[in-house]
Design a protein around this ligand. Structure first.
Ligand SMILES: NC(=O)c1ccc[n+]([C@@H]2O[C@H](COP(=O)([O-])OP(=O)(O)OC[C@H]3O[C@@H](n4cnc5c(N)ncnc54)[C@H](O)[C@@H]3O)[C@@H](O)[C@H]2O)c1
Length: 270
């Protein structure tokens, strides 16, 4: 594969891990990394640790320079960013998958234009099996997420319903609904349900439960898929990333694995 320039939008936990991995391990494939962050100090700090990285003065400049644009910033920017990337015929990888839920037409646009759009499996296992089961037909997908009060406080749904998560002493189901309702109520905690929706039966039919307990020190995701292929149950207890406690370390690693996969002609798993 020919060598590429990657553009990283968002130099936080995921963007930094990607840039550092690319520099150390992918020099034969990635000639340069172009960094952009709305907070210029973040891009500068990361660039200071790298030898083959430059800073873009704007989002547009990063998109113009890169062959592969990696979003690791915020769900809010995803639709506009992808339109700009696709207009220029560049490839993209999106971490803030929740930003695609109301703009799923962008997946069709990428396919039509022959653009590679990578959505890493992020914080959960089982996306491979979900995609395989979908060939025969999926009856239901249910995600149960278990979180400590700290990682969910400030969500709009909680203030709407007058729920004080800090007052919860045992295990409490604070939300039950579909993935679209989860997106409205918990916009910062929805990447997992968004990816399950896109890979499976859509956001209206994907069920989400959020359970809070002060005893939970890790983000626990349990996924049940009922399909013609059988019943699958996946469970992960995710250690938080040392650089951003709201992001699972597994999601950081999945981003790196997806970047490696983008360049690899050997595909393992579905
Ligand atoms: N797919 C998944 O399973 C999964 C898992 C964890 C995180 N995420 C998502 O990935 C994204 C990055 O996660 P992270 O842990 O690296 O976050 P982070 O907070 O550590 O870093 C995000 C960076 O993006 C920058 N940023 C914010 N808005 C921006 C904008 N408009 N333009 C440019 N830069 C901007 C911030 O200044 C920050 O440096 C988040 O949106 C997060 O929700 C997805």
């Amino acid at each position: 594969m020919r060598q590429k320039i990657i553009g990283i939008i968002g130099c936080g936990a995921i963007g930094s891990a990607l840039a550092e991995y690319a520099e150390k391990n992918m020099a034969a494939l990635i000639t340069e990394t172009v960094l952009y962050d709305i907070d210029a100090r973040k891009a500068e700090a990361l660039s200071g640790k790298l030898r083959r990285a430059g800073i873009a003065g704007s989002l547009e400049e990063a998109v113009d320079k890169a062959d592969l644009v990696i979003e690791a910033a915020s769900a809010r920017i995803v639709p506009d960013l992808l339109r700009a990337v696709f207009d220029r015929g560049k490839d993209a990888m999106v971490m803030s998958v929740g930003g695609l839920l109301r703009s799923e037409d962008l997946l069709g646009a990428a396919r039509e234009k022959g653009i590679t759009l990578v959505l890493p499996s992020g914080a959960v296992p089982g996306i491979d099996a979900l995609k395989a089961a979908d060939i025969a037909g999926i009856e239901s997908v249910t995600l149960t997420t278990r979180k400590g009060p700290e990682s969910i406080k400030g969500a709009p749904y909680l203030s709407e319903k007058g729920i004080d998560v800090k007052a919860i002493t045992g295990e409490d189901v604070v939300f039950e609904g579909n993935a679209l309702e989860a997106m409205r109520g918990f916009p910062k905690n929805i990447n997992v349900s968004a990816l399950l929706s896109i890979a499976g039966i859509g956001a209206e039919r994907t069920r989400v439960r959020i359970v809070v307990s002060p005893a939970y020190t890790r983000n626990i995701h349990e996924i049940e898929v009922r399909s013609k292929a059988g019943i699958m149950t996946m469970r992960t207890e995710n250690v938080p990333s040392p650089d951003n406690p709201r992001t699972s370390y597994l999601a950081v690693l999945a981003a790196v694995a997806a970047l490696k996969g983008y360049f690899d002609t050997v595909r393992i798993g579905t």
